[in-house]
Design a protein around this ligand. Sequence first.
Ligand SMILES: *Cc1c(COP(=O)(O)O)cnc(C)c1O
Length: 476
Amino acid sequence: MMNAEEFRKHGHDLVDWMADYFEQIEQFPVKSKVAPGDILAQLPETPPHEGEPFPNIMADFQKTIVPGMTHWQHPGFFAYFNANNSFPSILGEMLMATMGAQCMIWETSPAAAELEERTMQWLAQMIGLPNNLHGVIQDTASTATLVALLTAREKYSNYEVNQKGFGNHLDFRVYCSQETHSSIEKGVKIAGFGKENLVKIEVDGDFALNAKTLEEAIKKDITAGKKPLCVVAAIGTTGTTAIDPLDKIANICKKYNCWLHVDAAYAGSALVLPELQWMIKGVEQANSFVFNPHKWLFVNFDCTAYYVKDKEALLRTFEILPEYLKTGTRGKVKDYRDWGIQLGRRFRALKLWFVIRNFGVKGLQDKIRKHNRLAHWLKEKVEAHTEMKILAPVSLNLVCFQYRPKGIADEEKINKINAEILQNINDTGKFYITHTKLKGKYAIRVVPGQTHVAQRHVEQFWELLLETIGNTSPTA
Ligand SMILES: *Cc1c(COP(=O)(O)O)cnc(C)c1O
């Protein structure tokens, strides 16, 4: 077993490895090239009986594990949504790991609870949330949305479902657009409403929820004797970062007394920019709001910021008090185990605090503005190209487009050509991009959002794209 002196030595070596990793990251293929089972085949089928020296373990990490990693912190990672990190965040994670605190209640680490309270207040100010919301860190947006749905369920059933089961509360309906994230559907299933009670509202040409259709759907449900429970508004959908019309949705929720949950998992970070505050016009009417600093605010995964207006409803939904968790400080402090699903909690506020302080609000704004600029540069290149087409509005740093070669009208064929281009680009190892389908069209989806992405990376991407198109047979 390792002692403190050996830990010190290996720790220094590791930090060197970590710094080297960032300096040399562009030499790795962004997307791992291993085949299914490649890594498993290199791992012994049985665990070692005797302990092994750390340098041996580290050597295997480099030999076996690193080639099987997709490098999310590579500046050419343009896939999905980024999960970017930063040096202060990594250092925060290291200290958190070192203290290994389990921060379930105030007494199990008062600083963790109070730093969480303060950093969540900071974040709310930074992104322009009203001060009637109470913040708590959750592991993921999926969990936070589930928490919102469960809290709405309890509040609107007068806390009866927790107590007795669904009984006669079988008529709850939840609404979101066709473009909202799959976590909404998952939450609806887990919360017990049933997938058929999730109403997916059609979207406009810009892929945002159509408020008129929402109101019609709610009215129809009321006529049919159902209970509209919750509307989930997406600020920045996963497909295209479409922005649902929050103020219109908020007014509908008010009129029909529905819980309004805002899913800004990705785009929430961009609200640090004053010029993007329009995206959440009407947010003061929201009952809950979620966004992921672990996506686009340079905080290591995982760190989700969840805000709720009715704190009492949240606590009544999740509070538990077995004898062994009773403390003398109860009621005077925040015991965050009552603010969500799990009992045990990591000290996530630490890395968040490190990031906010080390970047400063201005540093965060500069980075996000830059990412948006890079995407708009790419958008303009695509628009100016005679055989390419932008397929969705570019509101932030996500660009969806298609190559549409002259003389080919068959949409299926065009889809296939674009899939081939995407594959060829990913195979170079220089960039990693993913796709989405927009009104039946295969869209190449590019998100420059890694912490260290620079103009030269999008320029290289553009050159590679042109070269790849040149090499792709138009009759594919
Ligand atoms: C990424 C994303 C989610 C899910 O986030 P997790 O933290 O991975 O659960 C939910 N909604 C939107 C809009 C997202 O982009």
